[in-house]
Design a protein around this ligand. Sequence first.
Ligand SMILES: [Zn+2]
Length: 327
Amino acid sequence: MAKDQTRVRIGFDLGGTKMLCGAIDSAGTVIAGKKKKTKELSDSEALLDRIVRCVDGCLKKAKLERSDVAEMGIAAPGPIDTEAGVLLETPNLGLREFPMARLLRERLGFPVFLENDVNAGLYGEYRHGGAGGYRNIVGLFPGTGIGGALIFDGALYRGATGGAGELGHMIVEPGGRMCGCGRRGCLEAVASRGAMAREAALLVISGKAPTIEAGAGTDVARMKSSLFLDAIENGEQAVVELVDRAAWWLGVGMASCVNAFNPDVIVLGGGLVEKLGRRYVDAAERSMREHAMEFLVRQVKIVSAELGDDAAIVGAAELATEANARS
Ligand SMILES: [Zn+2]
């Protein structure tokens, strides 16, 4: 094996429906990737086995051995004790207080580190994507919910117990709409794709969103970002207004982030940003500039995420390399 590949890292994204594995070189390039389903697993042993097979499959594709791997970083949903390498709670996978880093290290033979998936994604964008060159970064990723992450002075900010960055649950409308977290009035209850889908279902019932109706009926789970784009392109005014309103709300949340954190840049990512593009990002940015304190918002840049699905695996790998160098 060539010398420059001896420092390959494994980046791994453990999602609720799929797992994504990448062999990543020292420049942050994904040299080989492998995907598997996360669903239909009997227990945590079966999950670990599938992860190991996914890693081995990825290494085979890259023509590498386990002994070529310096370390592995796993991006996983939910709160994580990064120091101990423990998944604290992942409802989608049914795991609690699960010492995944140690168990995988025993099986794979190289050090394994865990990070929250949104944190890993923003770190990937910071090191090799849209937020390169900035030091103080807010990440907002509107999707089913709204993921958030913070980088201050070039380092991830995890907070006192590892839970910092729940920007989707900033309160923007006290006593307002019900949120998935069990409270009311959160940003994600008015600005996420999930919130848009619930409003779109009402438009479908009143006959004002034929494209959404044709693509998903009133099934909010089937209302993907691309369907909103189709409806906009078909000139459905009620959907245009719905999307603009969600973007306006996102801008309200961005303004609070500007006032609270004084960032250099806000990174927007996720399916809505990818599909709806500039018109959505520009609408959110206009709202942010209307709402934030003038002297703080003046210098803030808005950038779109660039790495897509690779952001979390690249970020997890970089964080693993840094953690391994410290240990
Ligand atoms: Zn909430």
